[in-house]
Ligand binder design. Structure first.
Ligand code: PEP
Ligand code: MG
Length: 758
């Protein structure tokens, strides 16, 4: 249906001339739409540009009434044009009026027209507007026409992105490039960060659209495709050779499908066709990548849509190859926030943590490895902010608010200032905590509480020094396993545990044996598919059934702690007989090491976590079997309240600071006192000031928490009278007619007694 005397090649040539002519912006736009209408044998061609307020303004038209230019407007999502902008996909309709989204704009005179073809204008993934052609007859444009219009849209996008059209917008309106954007997502790690955006997957912006020498461009493409294919093959071979200790081959399958795309002849052929229309190799690659994007996004199959990431990645590789090494952002600049669509845990560690202020990630869950690592780094993490990466540019200023789960891109001055004030307030608070660092956590009436650290990675160890904790109460050994690409070997484990003990010096460290299964998955270990993984084959259950893993870990711990104290605790103990079984495994390792004359730890202490409610009814037996007890309040509460700790619908439904749960916690304190068994608690409750107040009230004297909580909790304990707290909390727990939750009682106590709670 394209006018063959013009055709895509001639259209591109004409557009190129129109771009080069010394015309004013409106004239240039008018010339361009006229040429597109002619080439597409259409009676109308219109350009709608997206403004800062998410309105699509008619910027130029051939065929519609001239008075409508800069007057007609549609919101993103409104009408056919708004639908194209919202979805990023073309609409090709024989009778526009029949479409449910059709909106009639009387000022344009468009009632004369029947067929409608519209395509999005994008540049490097950023939505900039919509280009439309309309005809008086009912015809359906063919694929070739759609592609030609998409090529024209690329040229127009270039014009918008160049800033040339800025002055044309309606008075007071701004174009899309530099506007502030605030979005809400989900917070996976608290804190506030302000810094410059660093795009984890930097976008390559194609500057050079028009190719002069078709053969030269084809040769460039072929060379680049060859080298990308070779690098993908090499990547696959390298991964295939890597030992995997389980026999899961999932990641190989993913890479194989990636290779399939790289070798797909259709992909390369479509780029070649675009070059033949007159584009450079890089512009042709970008064009085909945009087409793939809108095609795959339409697929109802989530697997296909996921493959979009592979294709995007391949296009990026190809563009890099074609354009030489595009400047990559300096990862280690002053104060920055990483923005990523998706990311592996190890990749985050490549950034300079000294200046890293936050992570905005589109595809992650609270238990994603990268999120666990980010939390360990103490930076704010906000996720589920759809399309954020596409809207941000390197070096844009961004505020990440991990307390509220929001992000503010290119913030207005007043918002920026108010956040700076909040940060300064936090800095002052940090300075107060620094002063407390070497002071003990002792209440006004002289009761001391041990404040310990939850840790799991090497990077946590610095915090032992800086936070003022007296030791590590929970070392989650599984984290090292979760960020590794294959099972850590005996010598690696030994070296790692030794480095932990070296860093701790005289301070005690409690290692917890591997707590995998449930939501903690090791990619290289084959596990079974379970309907209820939290209640499933996990932690100590898995260790008892597959003792080789546990034996290796015990051996590594014994070696690492030679000559020093070794404290080990066991996760998810359900019956006391499990402790006997694990002790058997431990003794075998001890005996073997003794037999060969290896130096032994100076003291070995074996403890049990209390996370499963059945232990509450075996407390006397339990105390007799272990050297210490450690309550895991996260799991204990999830099982007592029968509510999944990872399910956001349930997150605030039941209150751990309520009578039933606090009674259970008190019962454990009483049993430990009766048997003189050392007791600590290490779930998230310990790190929250109001909850920690309840914990010390029921009698906990050792609590373990994330590093950032040590300062606030220490400040709180030093400001209270423990006798008074104990009375208030115990009275409220025993008062069967009082409120079920103790929150109000605790808040009243804080207020009337001047307890410092920040
Ligand atoms: C707990 O359950 O409270 C605990 C500390 O263990 P984790 O959070 O690692 O399951
Ligand atoms: Mg637990």
């Amino acid at each position: 249906m394209l006018d063959q005397t013009t055709g895509p090649r001639v259209l591109l040539k004409n557009l190129r001339e129109a771009m080069a002519e010394p015309l004013g912006p409106q004239e240039r736009l008018n010339r361009i739409v006229e040429q597109i209408a002619a080439a597409m044998a259409a009676q109308v061609c219109s350009v709608y540009v997206r403004r800062a307020d998410d309105v699509l303004e008619l910027f130029g038209t051939y065929g519609l009434k001239a008075e409508a230019v800069h007057q007609s407007q549609l919101r993103v999502g409104q009408g056919l044009v708004g639908t194209i902008a919202a979805t990023g996909r073309p609409l090709n309709l024989a009778e526009a009026e029949q479409h449910p989204s059709f909106t009639y704009l009387p000022e344009t005179g468009e009632e004369l027209y029947k067929s409608f073809l519209g395509v999005p204008m994008q540049r490097a993934g950023r939505p900039l507007g919509v280009l439309v052609v309309q005809t008086t007859d009912t015809k359906v444009y063919g694929d070739e026409d759609v592609e030609a219009l998409e090529t024209a849209a690329m040229v127009l996008s270039d014009l918008v992105a160049s800033g040339e059209l800025k002055g044309l917008a309606q008075k007071g309106a701004e174009l899309d490039q530099s506007r502030p954007i605030s979005l809400s997502g989900e917070s996976f790690s608290p804190g506030i960060g302000v810094g410059k955006v660093v795009l984890h997957e930097p976008r390559v912006v194609v500057e050079n659209l028009f190719g002069d020498d078709e053969q030269h461009e084809l040769n460039r493409l072929r060379e680049a495709v060859k080298s990308v294919r070779a690098s993908v093959d090499e990547l696959l071979d390298r991964n295939r050779d890597q030992p995997t200790n389980g026999d899961s081959n999932d990641h190989i399958e993913v890479l194989e499908s990636y290779r399939m795309f790289a070798h797909d002849r259709g992909w390369a052929r479509r780029i070649e066709e675009a070059i033949r229309q007159g584009l450079t190799a890089e512009a042709a690659t970008e064009k085909v990548s945009q087409e793939n994007r809108s095609r795959l996004l339409r697929s109802p199959d989530p697997y296909i849509r996921e493959r979009l990431n592979d294709l995007d990645d391949l296009s990026r590789r190809l563009l890099k190859q074609l354009m030489g090494n595009a400047p990559t952002p300096d990862k280690n600049r002053q104060r920055f926030v990483v923005v990523a669509r998706a990311m592996g845990a190890a990749e985050l560690l490549d950034y300079d943590r000294k200046y890293l202020r936050g992570l905005i990630i589109e595809e992650a869950t609270a238990t994603s490895h990268v999120v666990i690592v980010a939390r360990a780094l103490g930076i704010a993490v906000v996720s589920k902010v759809d399309g954020f990466a596409a809207r941000a540019e390197n070096d844009d200023i961004v505020i990440i608010d991990g307390d509220e789960g929001s992000v503010h891109l290119r913030p207005a001055d007043d918002l920026y200032d108010s956040y700076l004030e909040r940060i300064q307030f936090r800095v002052k608070r940090e300075a107060r905590y620094d002063e407390l660092r070497d002071k003990p956590a002792v209440s006004l009436d002289g009761v001391s509480v041990d404040l310990l650290l939850n840790a799991g990675l090497t990077m946590d160890l610095d915090q032992l020094e800086t936070s003022g904790a007296i030791g590590i109460g929970l070392f989650r050994t599984e984290l090292q396993f979760m960020i590794a690409s294959s099972l850590p070997r005996l010598d690696e484990q030994t070296r790692f545990y030794k480095s932990v003990l070296d860093a701790a010096g005289d301070k005690p460290v409690t290692f917890r044996t591997l707590d995998i299964g449930g939501d903690k998955v090791l990619p290289y270990l084959r596990t079974i598919k379970e309907d209820n993984p939290a209640l499933g084959w996990r932690a100590i259950r898995l260790a008892i059934d597959r003792p080789a893993l546990l034996r290796m870990q015990m051996r590594a711990l014994l070696k690492a702690a030679a000559g020093r104290q070794l404290k080990i605790k066991l996760p998810m103990i359900t019956t006391v007989s499990e402790i006997d079984q694990v002790r058997g495994i431990l003794y075998r390792e001890i005996t073997a090491r003794k037999k060969f004359g290896h130096e032994m730890p100076s003291e070995i202490l074996l403890g049990s976590m209390v996370e499963v409610p059945s232990l509450l009814y075996q407390l006397d037996e339990l105390m007799g079997k272990v050297d210490f007890i450690s309550v895991g309040s996260n799991d204990l509460f999830q099982f007592m309240a029968a509510s999944d700790r990872t399910n956001s619908y349930l997150s605030n439904r039941f209150d751990p600071l309520s009578r039933p749960f606090l009674r259970a916690l008190r019962q454990i304190v009483l049993a430990a006192e009766k048997h003189n068994t050392p007791l600590q608690l290490c779930g998230e409750l310990a790190g929250n000031p109001l909850s920690a107040l309840a914990l010390v009230g029921v009698g906990y004297r050792a609590i373990s928490m994330p590093p950032a909580s040590i300062g606030p909790i220490k400040e709180m304990i030093r400001s209270l009278d423990m006798g008074q707290v104990a009375t208030a909390v115990n009275d409220a727990i025993d008062n069967t007619t009082g409120a079920e939750t103790l929150r109000e009682t605790l808040r009243d106590f804080v207020e009337t007694n001047g307890v410092i709670l920040s």
